[in-house]
Structures are given as structure tokens and as C-alpha cells.
Write a protein that binds this ligand. Sequence first.
Ligand SMILES: [Mg+2]
Length: 240
Amino acid sequence: MIKPDFIAGKVESVTPNGLKYAGYTGQMHAAIYDVDGTLMPYHTHELSSAVLTYLHEMGEQGVRLFVASNSYGGRADELNELFPAELVERVVTPRDIAGEGDPRKFRKPSPAMLNEIMREAQLTGSETVVVGDQLLKDVVAARRSHGVPLKQYVTCGWIKKGVTMIDPNVFEPTITPETPQSVLVSRLGREDHPVVRLFQRPAEAAIRAVNHLPLLPSNFPDNVEMPSSMSRLEEAVYYQ
Ligand SMILES: [Mg+2]
């Protein structure tokens, strides 16, 4: 069962304090954000002042900020202008890590971009939070990814590539201390990539329904919360 660790109505709620009140026992030292539908509506060209202020505040609180987006072509170029170095530490798109290979293989739900960011920035999973609006892309990628192994990080700073503890099975991945936290946010804006809208959103809606996850923006809590293990109907009966 794929479930995010936390859900939130908007990205601005995902703060170290917000997560603490929601029950996160670790420390949020780094955040890796999806862009389209998370930090800004699909393929828009300007960050809202609310999101811009939020990112600046995160930076001031000492949270290291990263962007991992499946964007390609002109949109990938544009992201580097939208997120300059003084705002986020690094912007990664599939072509940045594909080398001679096919960039499409490195799109989320592949964990490749997240692993690359955490490896390069020396981040452990327990201090890293992955934020995105798609369960089957962002949350699955986070579940499959891993940061720098804690023990090696602490003892000698030596990084071993490919932690064998991670189960490659997407739907029942083994969660270890190296797995980053994942936050599913309500999609920002109404637009979507056509393929996502036609094929991926319906599948995602079905899986969210089975997992008792919010479907509509109005179903999301304003603040960060752990997802309920009960459906709305069960909740209504239980709390009567
Ligand atoms: Mg997205």
C-alpha cells in the first residue's frame, strides 16, 4: 500500500514546525520539491508571492531546498531561471542525470533524481522531506529512494552507492531510516499534462480511494497531518 507519511492542503504548510505538530519525530533539514502542481500551477511561469515567501522563510530557517521535476525541453531550462541559486540549492530534471542515456528512464517514479540530490548533498533520509502532488510519481519515488546511509554517514562519511536494504518492489517498499519522509499536497491549479489528466489521474484517484487518501482539494487538511487510516464514512460512523 502506497501512502504518504503526511498530507497537506498546500505546500506552505510543510514547515519544520508543521511537521513536528503532525507527529514527525525527525528534523526537517532538507526539502525536495516537485514543481508543477506543487510549487506552482502546471506550466505557469511565475511563483506566487506566497510560495516565494515560503521558500525564503524555509531557507532562513536553515532548511536546504531542492527541486526535482520531470520537466524536459524548454520547461527544464525555464526551471533554472525560476529557481535561482539564491532560492534553491539545486534544480534537477531527468536530463541532468541521464548522461548518454534516455532521460525518460529517470523521471519520477524512478527514485534516481531524489537519490542523486541526497547523495550529492550528503543528506540522510531521516532529515529529508519529499513534497509533491502526485501519489504515483512523487510519493512512490520517495518510497523507493534513500539518502546517505546513517551509519556510514556518521562513522566515516563514506558513501556506498545502492543500499541493499531497499526493496525494489514499488508497492510494498521496505521503509528504513534512509527513506525520506513524503508529503502529498493538494494539486495547485487546475491544469495538468494531458497524459497525466487522461491516464494517470484516474488511476491515482482509484488508489487514493482505496487508501482513504483525500481526492479533492477540499478533502485535504489545511495543516500538515498524517493520513487517516479510516475512510471518511468509517470516520463518520466511528465518531458519532
Ligand atoms: Mg506535479
